[in-house]
Design a protein around this ligand. Structure first.
Ligand SMILES: [Zn+2]
Length: 328
């Protein structure tokens, strides 16, 4: 993540741009800004040192992408800094630090398949980041709880016939047994989130946790890992490079095709499925196929799913009731 837009005081002429909250490819740019001096600053009278100036500002941001133009407001504090020009002259300049942006720009855009409850906590963290980094750390800690639940780690344990709620630490330790790297990453987010309850987090601490959690989410729900797991499963299924696999009829699978549902209906099963336009890459279409896909509770067939898990060592995957959750 480029941290520059998230950490600094800025001059009006060099305000950063932030990713559009509407998740277009555009950026939020400052349109206009207005500031006023605080009471405490005014009370210091005419002999106040320029560095003692304090103020508050509000500004309008607008997405620069044609067809989007989403608006957001930014508020924050005003201070003073010294600017030195090329000839060595010094000048006092106003500098601005955001304390809130509404709606909050995303620090990263989670993949569409990322579960809804995880995305909700992320948006909460993105908003709290400005005004209360410690609370943002707590929201990221909640993200970790939800991620574990989605990956099939129980919230409770049963001993002597009684249910006990597991601590987050204990849940992560269970997860580490099957997912060492991702488990370590989530443990790091937990330690950062924990510190919030004891002392207080800096903005930099929160950015560390965001960086870590972005990678974990990408590993489990990102398109990059999905494409990689398809490739791995294809090679392992045939036990040879893809270039050495003979292609059957044209319509079976376009190269480099992803996994097919194991029980995908043949084109001859239904007149609606005949012809090249009705079989899309890697996914069956038509009523039979929809039924099959439902039976397999996902986009991949159960055989393919287990191959993929085997290939990546991703065991104990939870099967969410709605894996397509997203924020609109
Ligand atoms: Zn936009």
């Amino acid at each position: 993540m480029n941290r520059q837009p998230w950490l600094h005081w800025y001059q009006q002429g060099s305000f950063p741009t932030w990713p559009c909250p509407a998740r277009t490819t555009g950026s939020l740019r400052l349109q206009k800004l207005d500031d006023e001096e605080t009471l405490a600053s005014r009370r210091q009278g005419p002999h106040r040192h320029p560095m003692e100036y304090s103020g508050r500002f509000h500004g309008w941001l607008r997405c620069d992408r044609a067809g989007c133009g989403e608006v957001a407001v930014v508020i924050g504090e005003v201070g003073t800094d010294i600017e030195v020009d090329e000839e060595g002259h010094q000048d006092w300049v106003s500098i601005y630090r955001p304390t809130a942006i509404s709606p909050p720009p995303p620090m990263f855009v989670p993949p569409k398949r990322c579960p809804e409850e995880v995305q909700k906590e992320l948006v909460r963290a993105f908003g709290l980041y400005w005004i209360d980094p410690t609370a943002a750390g707590n929201a990221l800690r909640s993200c970790v709880e939800h991620i574990l639940t989605r990956r099939g780690v129980s919230r409770n344990s049963v001993s002597k016939g009684r249910r006990h709620r597991l601590t987050l630490h204990a849940r992560i330790e269970r997860f580490q047994k099957t997912h060492a790297t991702a488990g370590d990453a989530l443990m790091a987010v937990k330690w950062i989130g924990n510190e919030g309850s004891h002392g207080g987090l800096t903005n930099g601490d929160v950015l560390d946790a965001v960086d870590v959690i972005e990678n974990v989410i990408d590993e489990f729900w990102g398109d990059r890992m999905r494409a990689l797991s398809r490739l791995v499963a294809q090679v392992n299924r045939k036990r040879r490079p893809r270039s050495k696999v003979k292609r059957k009829a044209k319509n079976n699978e376009a190269a480099p095709g992803p996994l097919r549902a194991v029980s995908r209906p043949r084109a001859s099963d239904s007149p609606r499925l005949r012809g090249s336009s009705v079989l899309r890459r890697g996914r069956a279409s038509g009523a039979n196929a929809r039924k099959q896909n439902r039976a397999n509770t996902g986009r991949l067939g159960s055989g393919s799913r287990s191959q993929m898990r085997h290939a990546l060592g991703l065991m104990h995957e939870a099967r969410p009731p709605n894996a397509n959750g997203r924020i609109r």
